[in-house]
Design a binder for this molecule. Structure first.
Ligand SMILES: Cc1cc2nc3c(=O)[nH]c(=O)nc-3n(C[C@H](O)[C@H](O)[C@H](O)COP(=O)(O)OP(=O)(O)OC[C@H]3O[C@@H](n4cnc5c(N)ncnc54)[C@H](O)[C@@H]3O)c2cc1C
Length: 296
C-alpha cells in the first residue's frame, strides 16, 4: 500500500466517531516512513496532525496530512531483579504495557487501565488516572524533531505537567522507555477494583473522547458540569453523558460544530455560575484550513 494516500474519512480514527476528511493520510511503518511524511508536509506547506488512538481527539476536515501511528507497534523488554525496562514504539497500545505490568506484578502503571491510548498519545497528554501519571514511569523519549533530527531525551530534560508535555510541539514520538519496579504486594486486586469502578462510572459502551475538561485546581470539572445541569445535556447528536458529566458522547451522527457549541455552552455556564474558566483536555480541530506548514 502507498505510504500517503488521498481523501480519507477520519471518523473511524477517533473514538468518539467524529471526523471529517483528511486531504492526505499516512500510516508509516518505520522511522524512515515518518521522516518521509514530515518532508511531504513541509515541502508542500501543509499542516500535519499526528494521530494515535484518537481517544482524546475530535476532528473536522484536515486540509493537510494526518499521520496515524497505527502501524508503529513494537515492545522490547529487558529485566533485572527489581526492574522491568520496556521500550515501546509510539503506536503501541498502552493496554499492552498495562497487561504486562499486571502479569509481572509491577508498580503503578497498571492504574492507567481502561482507556484506548497509544504510548505516543499517552506520553503527549501525560495521561493519568487513580493518582498516577505517565511521566512517573518514563525514562526516555525518542522523537523526530520537526526539523528532522532524531533525539533521545531523559524524562528530566522534558517538561511534563498536568495533562501536558512538550509533544507534539517538539516532535513525533517514535519510542518511549519505561522503567517499572516490581511491586512489594500483589497488584491484581487493585487492578480489578479500578476496572470495576471505571465500568460503573464511565460510559464505556458509547463512542466518547473521555474527559472533556481538565480538573480546575481544587475542584472537579464533572462536579461543576453537573451543578450547571450539563449532565445529559445535548446539542444535536453530541451530549454530556448521563453516566459521567465530563464525558462527551456521540448519540449517532455528531458533528464537530456541535461539539464546539456544546463545549462553549458548558464553559459559559460554569464561568457565569462559579467564575471558573474550564480548560479543554480534549483536542478539537474544527477545520485545519491550509494555512501552511504547522503541527496541529
Ligand atoms: C473511555 C475513555 C476513558 C479515558 N480515560 C482517561 C483517563 O483516565 N486519563 C487520561 O489521562 N485520559 C483518559 N482518556 C483520554 C485519552 O485516552 C488519553 O488522553 C490518551 O492518552 C490519548 O491517547 P491517544 O493515543 O488516543 O492520543 P490521540 O487522541 O490520538 O492524540 C492526543 C494528542 O497526542 C498527540 N500524539 C499522539 N501520538 C503522538 C506521537 N507519536 N508523537 C507526538 N504526538 C502524538 C496528538 O497529536 C494529540 O495532540 C480517556 C478516553 C476515553 C475514550
Amino acid at each position: 500500500m502507498k505510504l500517503i494516500r488521498e481523501r480519507e474519512s477520519l471518523r473511524k480514527f477517533t473514538t468518539i466517531r467524529v471526523g471529517g476528511e483528511a486531504k492526505y493520510f499516512a500510516t508509516p511503518k518505520s522511522v524512515e516512513d515518518i521522516v518521509e511524511c514530515i518532508k511531504f508536509a513541509r515541502d508542500r506547506h501543509l499542516p500535519l496532525l499526528v494521530l494515535g488512538g484518537g481517544s482524546n481527539t475530535v476532528l473536522g476536515s484536515i486540509e493537510g496530512l494526518v499521520v496515524s501511528t497505527a502501524f508503529l507497534r513494537e515492545i522490547q523488554v529487558s529485566r533485572s531483579d527489581r526492574y522491568f525496562v520496556i521500550e515501546a514504539m509510539g503506536g503501541t497500545p498502552l493496554k499492552e504495557i498495562v497487561a504486562m505490568a499486571v502479569k509481572n506484578n509491577l508498580e503503578g502503571i497498571y492504574k492507567l487501565l481502561g482507556f484506548p491510548a497509544t504510548v505516543g498519545g499517552a506520553v503527549s497528554m501525560n495521561a493519568g488516572s487513580f493518582g498516577v501519571e505517565m511521566s512517573e514511569f518514563l525514562e526516555e523519549v525518542e522523537f523526530i524533531s520537526w526539523d528532522l533530527e532524531v533525539k533521545r531525551l531523559k524524562v528530566w530534560e522534558l517538561d511534563f505537567g498536568y495533562r501536558s508535555s512538550p509533544f507534539p510541539a517538539e516532535g513525533f514520538i517514535c519510542r518511549a522507555v519505561f522503567k517499572l519496579k516490581a511491586a512489594d504486594t500483589p497488584v491484581l486486586e487493585e487492578y480489578k477494583r479500578i476496572r470495576a469502578k471505571r465500568k460503573k462510572t464511565q460510559p464505556i459502551n458509547m463512542p466518547t473522547s473521555g474527559s472533556t475538561f481538565k480538573n480546575p485546581a481544587d475542584s472537579f470539572a464533572g462536579a461543576l458540569l453537573e451543578k450547571v445541569k450539563m449532565k445529559g445535556f445535548r446539542i444535536g447528536d453530541v451530549g454530556f453523558s448521563t453516566v459521567h458529566a465530563n464525558f462527551m458522547v456521540n448519540y449517532g451522527e455528531a458533528k464537530v460544530e456541535d461539539v464546539k457549541r456544546l463545549i462553549i455552552e458548558a464553559k459559559r455556564r460554569v464561568y457565569e455560575e462559579y467564575g471558573v474558566k474550564l480548560e479543554e483536555e480534549v483536542k478539537v480541530i474544527e477545520s485545519s484550513g491550509s494555512n501552511g506548514w504547522q503541527v496541529l
